[in-house]
Design a binder for this molecule. Structure first.
Ligand code: F0G
Length: 450
């Protein structure tokens, strides 16, 4: 096993530290308070390696004791509000102490909706809805930890490139921590809700004349040269926070492992985080088998899905285009980690068309749940796997909905009010101030529905 493959610190490694930052590429260890955005030796991505949790006698904590601790620890610091991230702090950031910057976040529901299950053809489908987070996406789970680390390292500013959700989340947590935030977004390609949030929370917002991949290169250069703390998902502490989506859903399922765990994929940070969470949960004895991880990309932004079909022989890049702007990414940063996550879990990578994404979104929305377009890719992916016979009757499937329905109101207004060819359009009706007019509309709706 290579040095960078170990899951927890050995007893004699890194004395005095709870965790180290280890380079994926060269295996070098860096102090947990080092603020470098990548390995100072070779530029490789850094990963957090923790000391395995111990019990009060100093022995490795038993799985049942850990599960009990996670359940007890839900009234977390600093506000006394329960955080679905800091409840797992022993395996996320054990040394955070008073630096924690939390809204709180997490504690998102695991929903079952007959309409969505029937459409996907999967009775055992559960929806882990990350849109219930404080800024409306899963990004808050990584951002609470990344911002806490920014506080610990004394950062004077934080920055990210984003398709919109990371920027909204960074802006919010930076405001709470009192640290200036700087975001780089592709001009004209960010959904309205996300842009509105970013501006409202007060981050300095740079509309870059390029795509997300250009933004990511630019923010990495800027953070290196200007000493700004980088909070993209290549930040290893962001990954630690995002692991809690998996830990929390396993906890909600009484640590019974689903057969499939399906998520939308763009920059592949979340796929990487899910893989790390599952490896660690397995090593700690919290679970005894792996779910099959399924990453779903939009067909117009699917380099990872294409490479999967060729056993990941090559790392690919594409010019990305999709209606799901959150995952409009052609050169995913966490590629190698995501490959490992898929391989470790006997996982799959799919692509779904924009039409399939819209169809799935229509169902999730009409069930009264709602999600943003990228999130619906996971439900579209479940349907595809049911149709191809990979998911079978009786399988337990969790699809992650990554963002809230109000993230992309522009798309909803266009679909429901402006497009003539949209079969599910729910057009608003303008009326005079009269009960008669109301009755007419109701009668027409009844006729149409008959
Ligand atoms: N779903 C939503 C709603 C997202 O915002 C993103 C990524 C993803 C899925 C894909 O996750 O990149 O970890 O594979 N949004 C990033 C952003 C890129 O800037 O907000 P990933």
């Amino acid at each position: 096993m290579a040095a960078n493959d170990s899951i927890f610190l050995g007893a004699h490694e890194a004395p005095g530290q709870h965790s180290v930052q280890r380079c994926d590429a060269c295996g070098a260890d860096w102090h947990e308070l080092d603020a470098s955005p990548a390995c100072p030796h070779c530029g490789g991505l850094l990963a957090i390696i923790h000391r395995a949790p111990l019990d009060s006698m100093g022995a490795p904590a038993a799985p049942a004791a850990l599960q009990h601790a996670f359940a007890q620890h839900c009234c977390a610091r600093p506000s006394g509000h329960p955080s679905g991230v800091w409840r797992f702090e022993q395996v996320v950031m054990p040394a955070a102490g008073a630096a924690i910057t939390s809204h709180p976040e997490g504690n998102t529901p695991l929903l079952s909706r007959a309409r969505v299950s029937a459409w996907a053809g999967c009775d055992g489908l559960l929806l882990k809805h990350e849109g219930y987070n404080p800024t409306g996406s899963f990004k808050d789970r990584g951002m609470t930890v990344g911002t806490t680390q920014a506080v610990r390292t004394g950062a004077t500013a934080v920055a990210c490139a984003s398709t919109g959700n990371t920027s909204a989340s960074l802006a919010s947590y930076a405001a709470q921590a009192g640290i200036p935030g700087l975001v780089f977004v592709p001009a004209g390609k960010v959904a309205l809700g996300k842009m509105a949030q970013t501006l409202a929370y007060g981050a300095t917002t740079l509309l870059v004349r390029g795509d997300f991949d250009d933004c990511l290169r630019l923010v990495q250069d800027a953070s290196r040269e200007l000493g700004i703390y980088l909070l993209n998902s290549i930040n290893p502490w962001r990954v630690e926070g995002q692991k809690t989506i998996v830990l929390e859903l396993l906890q909600q399922m009484d640590w019974h492992v689903p057969d499939f765990l399906v998520l939308p994929a763009g920059n592949l940070g979340n796929t990487a985080a899910f893989g790390k969470a599952l490896r660690e949960a397995h090593a700690l004895g919290l679970i005894h088998r792996m779910p099959r991880l399924v990453s779903v990309q939009a067909a117009g932004a699917a380099p990872f899905a294409t490479a999967f079909r060729d056993s990941f022989r090559e790392r690919l890049r594409v010019q990305a285009e999709t209606i799901a702007t959150a995952i409009r990414i052609g050169d995913p940063a966490s590629w190698d980690r995501a490959v490992r996550a898929i391989r470790d879990t006997d996982g799959l990578v799919l692509s779904v068309t924009d039409e399939e994404i819209i169809d799935a979104k229509v169902q999730v929305d009409a069930a009264g749940v709602g999600c943003e377009p990228a999130s619906a890719a996971s439900v579209a992916g479940v349907r595809q796997l049911v149709r191809s016979g990979v998911i079978r009757s009786g399988d337990r499937v969790v699809a992650v909905l990554t963002g809230h329905v109000l993230k992309d109101p522009g798309m909803l207004v266009e679909l429901h009010q402006q497009r003539d060819d949209f079969a599910h359009a729910n057009r608003p009706v303008e009326i005079e101030v009269s009960v008669r007019a109301v009755a007419d509309v109701l009668a027409r709706r009844t006729r149409e529905g008959a």
